[in-house]
Ligand binder design. Structure first.
Ligand code: FES
Ligand SMILES: [Fe+2]
Length: 481
């Protein structure tokens, strides 16, 4: 992953149509510099083993060397507003209690009783103590030991520290992250490029307007990768091409922990011809959808593009006006790109946040428990809180099983169809990966560089972890930098 040999800046390694940068040149407002193409290290074109998605042995390596050492999005700050509020975060068989221990402090305790190992809590909620339901031993909400009904029989606990073990907690943008590694680099140092770019979008001041958690029959990485490039739209989501510059998309790797891709909306795909500006607007306003979850402002209304204006400029302005009406904030400075485009940032290894001013998507991907072949995807929409009045309550989770489509949830309009198309592919991706004849998959050099990089980072964590295990038998000796 040497950044000294960038992928060529010429057009030969891109789709021959406009680049995303070309589209930004036609924006009606000054575009922030962070939307321009960034770091493009040459990271190779080699095939990758399909067994990375299907083998128990590789999954076990991820269990040992990846998940215990990465920052994982656990919840939102506003999910636990009051002291004592407790939320359970689980992944790959691990369970943490994320607790508001003081007005300005959040801690994450291993959700395991120190007596005989029962889970301390199996439900979220506000608690004044963490009392184990088995024999009644209790801890204060700050994790300190409180009470043992048979304390006389535990001489071995006398004088010792019987506080609950903790994982690390950090926050960014209202998101609470946890990390099991006491020596992991601070979150802020890893995601600095993202945090810098998002300074304009005030994510602390957003609320969760929608939350779906979907079970999918594929490995967690296959699911993650389905949302790391836009060119699958040509065949998977052909209906959105009138307003998506799929092949114009821009991909880059700001650092090893943050990858991005930007896809223009409000312009037709370069694969289409004969699409008029009015066609684009008709498509965007025809997507329908619920008030706070609609993909574009103006959905469900009839709009005529004024002479001399592009659909993109027109729809961005509709978006500004709609968002000002909803929130009371002024968005007159917001670029068309920041109003309309799919600006996807990923935080390694399993989270994606869309940048921009309008209500935006956030994704989280995890294995489904300890299963190699199935995964869990959280789809959330975060909308700006109105300037006046109380913060809207965060939407509760809607859980969807393997065979329950997103379109079974009312009010999501065209967005539901797009997710269902993605989830329609993924079980067949997993089946295909098991059935491969040559044991390999291939990633495109430019437009799938984020996917290749994800694999390279996972390999880096595994290599460091294995080297450490071999050297000392102690995983904690090796550090990822
Ligand atoms: S297992 Fe928790 S009190 Fe016994
Ligand atoms: Fe998709």
């Amino acid at each position: 992953m040497d950044g000294s040999q960038p992928i060529g800046q010429g057009r030969s390694d891109r789709h021959p149509g406009d680049t995303y940068g070309d589209i930004l040149e036609r924006d009606s407002r000054p575009v922030p510099g962070h939307l321009r193409e960034g770091r493009l290290p040459e990271i190779g074109t080699e095939p990758v083993l399909a067994s990375r998605y299907t083998s128990r042995a590789f999954f076990d390596k991820e269990l040992r060397h990846l998940w215990p050492r990465v920052w994982q999005f656990a919840c939102r700050v506003e999910d636990i507003p009051d002291v004592g509020d407790t939320l359970i975060y689980e992944n790959v068989g691990k369970s943490l209690l994320v607790v508001r221990t003081a007005p300005d402090a959040i801690r994450a305790f291993y959700n395991t009783c120190l007596h005989r190992g029962r889970k301390l809590a199996t439900h979220d909620g506000c608690k004044n103590e963490l009392r184990c339901p088995y024999h009644g031993i209790a801890w204060n909400i700050d994790g300190s030991f409180k009470d043992n009904p048979i304390g006389w029989d535990f001489p071995q606990w006398e004088g010792g520290d019987m506080s609950l073990p903790q994982a690390r907690v950090d926050t960014w943008g209202g998101f609470v992250f946890v990390n099991f590694d006491p020596a992991a680099p601070p979150l802020a140092s890893l995601i600095k490029p993202l945090a810098d770019d998002f300074a304009r979008y005030d994510w602390e001041n957003r609320y969760r307007a929608m939350w779906i958690q979907k079970k999918v029959r594929c490995n967690w990485k296959a699911m993650t990768e389905a949302f790391m490039e836009s060119h699958h739209s040509l065949t998977t989501h052909p209906q959105i091409l009138p307003a998506l510059g799929d092949a114009n998309s821009q991909y880059d790797l700001p650092n090893d922990y943050v990858s991005r891709h930007f896809s223009a909306q409000g312009v037709p795909s370069p694969f289409l011809s004969g699409v008029t500006e009015q066609d684009v607007v008709d498509y965007m306003t025809g997507m329908g959808g619920g008030r706070r979850t609609r993909p574009f402002a103006g959905a469900g209304e009839t709009h005529k593009v004024p002479e001399g204006t592009t659909a993109r400029v027109y729809m961005a302005e509709i978006g500004r006006q709609g968002l000002t009406q909803e929130t009371g904030y002024d968005y007159s400075h917001a670029s068309d790109a920041e109003m309309l485009d799919a600006l996807l940032y990923n935080i390694f290894p399993n989270m994606s946040v869309w940048a921009g001013h309008a209500p935006k998507l956030t994704y989280r991907w995890r294995p489904n428990g300890l299963d190699v072949d199935t995964g869990l995807m959280d789809i959330m929409i975060f909308a700006p809180c109105p300037k006046e009045g109380p913060r809207p309550a965060g939407a509760p989770v809607i859980e969807l099983g393997f065979d329950e489509p997103v379109s079974s949830i009312p009010g999501l309009g065209g967005l539901a169809a797009v997710f269902d198309q993605d989830f329609g592919n993924l079980p067949y991706v997993q089946e295909g990966l098991h059935a491969t004849g040559n044991g390999q998959v291939h990633f495109a050099r430019y437009s799938e560089m984020r996917i290749r990089h994800l694999h390279q980072m996972i390999d880096r964590y595994i290599a460091v972890g294995e080297a450490s295990s071999n050297a000392s038998g102690c995983l904690r000796d090796a550090r990822i930098r």
